[in-house]
Structures are given as structure tokens and as C-alpha cells.
Design a protein around this ligand. Structure first.
Ligand code: PFF
Length: 465
């Protein structure tokens, strides 16, 4: 077996894990999910899911990876059995599929960077029509998502620890600064207050089973949980890292940036009269309006810088997604890192083509299947299955695995290595109760409800209440 990588220190790991967590999930997906699921009530449930359900699972993933020092498949197999290894394998496959569409959306962000910095996007009369045209345009999308995958592969080739650690520390604070500028400027626009009300004043009457479920699955996606990204990164950290503190810091950073994205988007959505539930185009349709309002020149600069930084945030996430199957191949087979990276990046890029073409370019992919009374494009189907259902299901299996197969005492012993006060602490009790009972039950129940509702149009809750 080849020498495995290692993060240089605690900060290196936190930077890489936060880099994985912060990405399109925060700035693209979180606002449109919040908009489509009722605003403030969704935000509240999201926060609960992130800190109460997801954070313990993050601790579990990191501890598993560090103990086994292997990829997700190897980790489940070593700490459990060959059969459990299959769970790890499914996680690895899900990671690859998620990367395939994530890379396409990253290409859109890259295209927007170029169109705003050097093109005519801000002079468009209708940003929504532009977006619809843009994502159906095969030429640009093919080129930019290819560029994005090549960049991702180049970084993963050099080893996760080197490039990512350094750049994340510089560029993430810059992204936060630009977002703060946009938040403050956005608040001065007419009707901004309605956006803030939608985002921050909960209307619990709007809450449905779907609101809970989408908040849960969004928290998994945003925190990079449920398919082994953090098992993989955990396998590169040192024994004296404090896993609980690191997980808390990553969760807080990620949540803060998602929260800021909402503060940035909703005033714009309302000031431009955009429908908040309009779906995946929300960010791409509402943001150009604020850059236009800033005026030519400054709008182009700030807009270009914003989308460039968004691309960077996406890049630290695509890197973590590609690293998962790369770690699997290099751990389990005698294949060099270079061959694994090139082979997998090519494969996953090709896997992304149907998603890319399903945004208006190819008719049958754009109306791929019907369920829940609507027709869905290929990319939406992939997101529904591998992200919205797959990640919480992965989290459920990780909880059950740690609590009932690997066992809590082994888990505690691992976490205690960098955190001698852990055994017997309140932290330990909380994590243990969450992983043993609360998370499996809550996630299982929600999965049942949502699968019945989404695919079979049966509302289980109406039978229960
Ligand atoms: N957390 C990333 C985001 O919010 O954009 C997406 C992601 C990255 C999901 C890595 C899963 C993963 F393993």
C-alpha cells in the first residue's frame, strides 16, 4: 500500500473540512431550499438539524476514519464486517454521483464569473430568461465544467493537504467580507424588509413533513455528511486532534455562511419581485440585480469577485468529493494516486453529462421522469435520490453502525485520544444518546414519510395526526 496523506496540523484539518462543508450547498442550495420551504420556519428547523442531529454524526465519521485510517469502504469493513463495507461502498458511489452534478453547477458559477466580469450579463433586461438560456447552452457549460474538473483533479493530485489548507485560510475570509458588503447594500434596497421578514420571522403554520425533511437533508449536504467525506478526511488527522471541537467549529462556520447567504439573497428576491420558491435558479437570478444596482464598473468588479470566490468555495468541496473515491482506489488496490485521479475525474465528468444536458438542452433528459405529480429533469432526480435521500440514509446507517456494531466504548476511546475529558462528560452522554436512539429513530421516521410522499403521494402524517 502507498503512504497515506496527513494534514499538517489541527488548523489544516479544520480548514479542509470547513472548505469541504462550505460551498454551493450554502450559497446556491440553502437559499433556494429555504425559499421553497417557507423561509424562517425552515431556517429554524435547519439549525436544529445541523447542531443536534448532524454534529454528533460528524464526530462519528471523523472518529471512524481516524481509528481505521482508511477510506469509507475500508473503514466500515475494518471496524465492522465485509457486509458493512457495502455501506461504505454505497457512500463512495454516492459521493461520485454528487460530484457529477455538483461539477456542472460549479461550471455555471464559473460562467457567471466570466459573464459578469467580462461579458454583458449585467446589461440583460431579464436575468431569469438569461439564466434559463445559459444553462441550456451546451458549449459554455461543457467547457467550464471540464475546466472545473481538471482543476479539481490537479489539486487532488497534489495531495489534499497542501493546496487546500493554505488557500482556504485566505479566500474564505474574503468571501465572508464580500457577502457582508452585499448584505449591507441589499438592505438599503426597496422592499428589503419583506425579505428579512420572510427569512427571520417564522410562520409555523406553513410547516409540513416536507419542511422537516428538506431541512434535514440540506443539513447533511451542507455539512458534507452521510457518505464518508469526513471519514476520509478523518483518516488523515493526528491522534491528538480534538474531534469534538473541530466538528463544532466546522458546523458553526458552515452554518454561519449559510445563514449569511440567506441574509444576502432574500432582501434581493423581494426587492426584485422574484418568487422565493422559484427553485435552483434563485441565486443566479437574484444576485445580478444587486450588481446592476451598484452600477457598471463597481458592479462588475464586486459581482465578478463574488462568483470567483464562490467558485473557490465550490472547488474546496469538489476536491473533498473526488478525494473519497481516490482514497478508496489507492487504499484498496495497487493503483497509483495519479492513475486513480485521472481515471475517476474522467469517469465522473462523463457521468455529469446527462445532468448538464437535462437543463433544457435535451428534451427527454429535461423531462426525465414523473413522480409526485410533476415531471423532473435528470439532475433533479439525481439530487433527490443521492443527496436528499441518500445522505440522511447514510447518516442513519453511520449512527447505527457506531452505536451497535463498532460500539460506543470503542468510539469514546477514539474520541478521548485528543480529548481526555470526554469519557463520562456531558458531551459524551449527548453524543451517545443521539447516535444510539434519537438520530436513527428521527431519520428513519422522516425517511419513511418523505419517500411515501415524494414517490407514492401518500401522506403518512395525515393518518397519524
Ligand atoms: N458541503 C458541500 C456544500 O455545501 O457545497 C457539498 C458536499 C461536499 C457534499 C462534499 C458532500 C461532500 F462530501
Amino acid at each position: 500500500m502507498q503512504e497515506r496523506g496527513k494534514f499538517s496540523n489541527k488548523i489544516g484539518f479544520i480548514a479542509a473540512a470547513a472548505g469541504s462543508a462550505v460551498g454551493l450547498g450554502n450559497i446556491w442550495k440553502f437559499p433556494y431550499e429555504t425559499g421553497a420551504n417557507g423561509g424562517a420556519a425552515f431556517l429554524l428547523i435547519y439549525l436544529l438539524c445541523a447542531f443536534v442531529i448532524c454534529m454528533p454524526i460528524m464526530v462519528a465519521e471523523i472518529a471512524m476514519g481516524r481509528h481505521a485510517r482508511l477510506n469509507p469502504y475500508g473503514t466500515f469493513k475494518k471496524l465492522g464486517s465485509r457486509t458493512w463495507g457495502i455501506v461504505g461502498l454505497i457512500g463512495i458511489i454516492s459521493g461520485a454521483v454528487i460530484l457529477s452534478f455538483y461539477n456542472v453547477v460549479s461550471g455555471w458559477a464559473f460562467g457567471y464569473f466570466l459573464q459578469i466580469s467580462f461579458g454583458n450579463l449585467l446589461q440583460e433586461a431579464d436575468f431569469s430568461a438569461f439564466f434559463t438560456r445559459y444553462i441550456a447552452d451546451v458549449g459554455d457549460n461543457l467547457l467550464y465544467s471540464l475546466a472545473f474538473m481538471v482543476l479539481t483533479a490537479a489539486i487532488v493530485l497534489g495531495g489534499v493537504q497542501k493546496g487546500i489548507e493554505r488557500w482556504t485560510k485566505i479566500l474564505m475570509p474574503l468571501l465572508i467580507v464580500i457577502m457582508l458588503i452585499l448584505i449591507v447594500y441589499g438592505l438599503t434596497l426597496p422592499h428589503a424588509g419583506q425579505g428579512i421578514e420572510f427569512y427571520l420571522v417564522p410562520d409555523m403554520g406553513e410547516v409540513t413533513a416536507n419542511t422537516f425533511y428538506m431541512a434535514l437533508s440540506q443539513a447533511f449536504f451542507s455539512l458534507s455528511l452521510g457518505m464518508g467525506a469526513l471519514i476520509t478526511y478523518g483518516s488523515y488527522i493526528s491522534d491528538d486532534d480534538h474531534i469534538v471541537n473541530s466538528a463544532a467549529l466546522v458546523t458553526i462556520t458552515d452554518t454561519l455562511i449559510a445563514f449569511m447567504a440567506g441574509l444576502m439573497i432574500f432582501p434581493l428576491v423581494f426587492s426584485q419581485g422574484i418568487e422565493p420558491g422559484s427553485g435552483p435558479g434563485l441565486v443566479f437570478v437574484s444576485l445580478p440585480g444587486i450588481f446592476e444596482a451598484m452600477g457598471p464598473g463597481i458592479g462588475n468588479i464586486i459581482g465578478g469577485a463574488f462568483f470567483l470566490l464562490l467558485c473557490f468555495a465550490a472547488l474546496t468541496s469538489t476536491v473533498s468529493l473526488l478525494e473519497i473515491p481516490v482514497a478508496f482506489i489507492t487504499d484498496q488496490y495497487k493503483i497509483s494516486r495519479k492513475k486513480a485521479v485521472i481515471g475517476l475525474a474522467t469517469l465522473i465528468f462523463l457521468l455529469g453529462l446527462p445532468s448538464m444536458l437535462s437543463q433544457g438542452a435535451v428534451g427527454w433528459l429535461s423531462e426525465f421522469v414523473s413522480y409526485g405529480g410533476k415531471s423532473h429533469d435528470f439532475m433533479t432526480v439525481i439530487i433527490d435520490i443521492f443527496s436528499d435521500i441518500g445522505l440522511p440514509l447514510g447518516g442513519l446507517l453511520i449512527s447505527i453502525f457506531v452505536a451497535y456494531r463498532w460500539r460506543m466504548h470503542n468510539f469514546s476511546a477514539e474520541v478521548s485520544k485528543g480529548n481526555p475529558g470526554f469519557p463520562g462528560s456531558r458531551q459524551e452522554k449527548f453524543v451517545s444518546i443521539m447516535l444510539s436512539y434519537v438520530s436513527p429513530l428521527v431519520i428513519f421516521f422522516m425517511l419513511m414519510v418523505i419517500i411515501m410522499e415524494k414517490f407514492f403521494e401518500v401522506d403518512i402524517l395525515s393518518y397519524l395526526f
